[in-house]
Design a protein around this ligand. Structure first.
Ligand code: MN
Length: 494
C-alpha cells in the first residue's frame, strides 16, 4: 500500500506541482490507523477502497484537499471518528467535505430506504452549493463501490445500481465528467437490466464481427492521418468505442427502433488538434475525403455547445467501403474538459496562469458558477420541498433529465428539461413574463402554448400587460418553477 501511495503522490506532483502532498500523506496515515483491521464485503481491507477512490480523483487531476478527503470520506461513518476530532486534525475545509459525503447520522427515519437516500442527497446538495468537490468524491466513491458490487446482497446491488443510473450518472453528465458518466452507467447497467444487457452483448458482438467494423475504423484512421498530414495539420487520431449503456438507450429511440444498423456512431474516429482553427481545417479535410450525410451529418458543438458545456464537432460521413462513420473533432483542451469536466478546468486555469493564488483555486474555483444555475435551483427546492418523494421526482426530472436549449429572439440561451413548453420558457426568463403571456411564436410562427419545444427552437413570447396565468397551463407545464409560480398566482387571486 505504501508503494501505491508513493506512486499516487508522484502522479499528483506531476499535474499539480504546488500540491500539498503532506496533507495527503497525513490523511492516509490517519485513515490507516482509524480503519485498522476493517474489511469490506469483498474481503479487501478498507484501505484498498480508500486508495482506489483517491486514485480515481487523481485521474481527474483534482486538488490535494479532494485527495485527502478521499482517504477520510468513510471515517465518521465507519471508524467512529468525530467531527470535532477531524476539525482539530485537518481543519474546517476537509471536515466540511467529509461531512458532506457522510450519511445523515442520528436522524430518525421511518425505515424507508428511499427516504434515507433522499436525505443523504439533500445533505450533499447543500454542501455542493458551497463546494462542488463533494460531488467528485461522492462519484469516485460510487464508482469504486460499483466495481465491487458483486460482493453485495442482491437487493442492495439493484438499489445501488438504480440510484446510479437515475441520479449519479446524470449528475456526472451535468458536471460534464464524461469519463465517470460512461463508466458509472456501464457498471450499473447489467444490475438494473440484466436481460437487456445480455441481449445487447450478443447483438453487438455478432454485428461487429459481421461488419468488420474494426478493420473499417483502422483503415479510416490511416486515411485521415495521411489527409491531415498533407494539409500540415498536427493531429492525434483515436478510435472511440461507444459505451454500452448509451448504445442501449439509443437503440430504444423511436427513429432507431432497435436496429443496430441505424446507429452510426457505434465506432467513431476522434481527431485531437491544437486550436479551434485547426478543428475547422480538419473538418474540411474530412469532408474532402468523405462526403457528409445529407441529413443531420454535421453537429457543430463548438459554435453551439451542449447545455452542459460539451464542445466538439461531430460529422457523419460515408466512410471507407461506403459505410457510415462518425468523426469527432476537438482541441486537446475540449477533450480534457469533456472527460474530466470541472476538475479539468481547474487544471487548465492553473497551467495557464502560473502564479494563480492557491486561495483562488481552493476557494473560488470549486464554487458553482453562474453557468450552473441548476445547482442554485436545486438548493431552492431542497429548502422548499419537504416531501422526499416529490423532491426525488423534481431532482430526476427538472435537474437531471435530458435537457434542451431554447433561444430567445435576442439569442440568449435557456436550458430547459425536454418536453418544456413556451409557458415554461417564459417563466424561466422571468415570472413577470410568465404572468403576461398572451401568445407565443416558435421559430417565427404562431404556436399554441402547450407546444413541446425542440432543441434549438427560438421562442418569442407575445405579452400583454394584463394577461393572467390560467389554471389550464398546469396541465402541460413541466418545470417546477412554472408550476410553482402559476399555483402561487392562482392562490393569490382566490
Ligand atoms: Mn466509501
Amino acid at each position: 500500500m505504501r508503494k501505491r501511495l508513493n506512486r499516487l503522490l508522484k502522479k499528483i506532483k506531476e499535474y499539480n506541482p504546488k500540491g500539498d502532498l503532506e496533507l495527503i500523506e497525513k490523511a492516509y496515515e490517519f485513515a490507516e490507523i482509524a480503519h485498522a483491521g476493517q474489511k469490506r464485503l469483498s474481503g479487501d481491507p478498507e484501505m484498498e477502497h480508500l486508495m482506489s477512490v483517491a486514485e480515481i480523483l487523481a485521474g481527474l487531476k483534482l486538488d490535494s484537499t479532494s485527495i485527502a478527503v478521499a482517504f477520510l470520506h468513510d471515517i465518521i461513518e465507519d471508524a467512529g471518528v468525530s467531527e470535532e476530532e477531524l476539525m482539530k486534525e485537518f481543519g474546517e475545509e476537509v471536515t466540511f467535505l467529509v461531512n458532506g459525503v457522510s450519511k445523515v447520522g442520528n436522524l430518525k427515519l421511518r425505515g424507508e430506504k428511499e427516504e434515507e437516500f433522499v436525505e443523504n442527497l439533500r445533505k450533499m446538495i447543500l454542501v455542493m452549493a458551497k463546494d462542488l468537490r463533494v460531488v467528485f468524491v461522492k462519484l469516485a466513491d460510487r464508482l469504486n463501490n460499483l466495481r465491487t458490487l458483486q460482493f453485495l446482497p442482491k437487493e442492495k446491488q439493484f438499489r445501488i445500481a438504480k440510484e446510479t443510473l437515475e441520479i449519479y450518472a446524470p449528475l456526472a453528465d451535468r458536471l460534464q465528467i464524461g469519463k465517470l458518466k460512461g463508466e458509472l452507467e456501464d457498471l450499473a447497467f447489467p444490475y438494473v437490466y440484466p436481460d437487456e444487457y445480455d441481449e445487447l452483448i450478443i447483438q453487438t458482438s455478432t454485428y461487429l464481427k459481421k461488419r468488420d467494423r474494426d478493420k473499417d475504423l483502422k483503415e479510416a484512421m490511416k486515411i485521415l492521418q495521411f489527409g491531415l498530414k498533407k494539409e500540415k495539420i498536427k493531429a492525434e487520431i483515436h478510435g472511440r468505442p461507444k459505451h454500452l449503456y448509451s448504445l442501449w438507450r439509443k437503440l430504444l429511440r423511436l427513429e432507431i427502433d432497435g436496429d443496430i444498423n441505424k446507429v452510426h456512431d457505434l465506432i467513431a474516429a476522434r481527431i485531437l488538434v491544437n486550436s479551434v482553427r485547426d478543428c475547422y481545417a480538419a473538418l474540411g479535410v474530412v469532408h474532402k475525403i468523405w462526403k457528409p450525410l445529407p441529413q443531420g451529418g454535421i453537429s457543430d458543438f463548438i459554435a453551439q455547445p451542449k447545455p452542459n458545456g460539451y464542445r466538439s464537432i461531430h460529422t457523419k460521413v460515408f466512410g471507407p467501403n461506403g459505410r457510415i462513420l462518425e468523426v469527432q473533432i476537438r482541441t486537446y483542451e475540449m477533450h480534457e474538459n469533456a472527460e474530466n469536466g470541472i476538475a479539468a478546468r481547474w487544471y487548465y486555469v492553473e497551467q495557464k496562469q502560473k502564479g494563480i493564488s492557491d486561495e483562488r483555486v481552493e476557494k473560488g474555483f470549486f464554487a458553482p458558477t453562474e453557468k450552473m444555475a441548476w445547482v442554485k435551483e436545486l438548493i431552492g427546492w431542497q429548502k422548499e420541498v419537504i416531501d422526499s418523494q416529490e423532491f426525488l421526482e423534481s431532482l430526476k426530472f427538472d435537474a437531471l433529465a435530458k435537457r434542451i436549449y431554447i433561444f430567445s429572439p435576442k439569442g440568449d440561451v435557456y436550458d430547459l428539461p425536454a418536453g418544456a413548453t413556451p409557458v415554461d420558457f417564459a417563466y424561466a426568463v422571468h415570472t413577470d413574463l410568465g404572468e403576461a403571456i398572451d401568445g407565443a411564436k416558435v421559430n417565427g410562427k404562431m404556436a399554441s402554448l402547450d407546444t413541446k419545444l425542440k432543441n434549438g427552437d427560438v421562442v418569442e413570447i407575445i405579452d400583454k400587460k394584463k394577461n393572467q396565468p390560467s389554471q389550464k397551463w398546469l396541465e402541460f407545464v413541466v418545470t417546477r418553477t412554472a408550476r410553482r409560480e402559476i399555483e402561487k398566482f392562482l392562490r393569490k387571486r382566490v
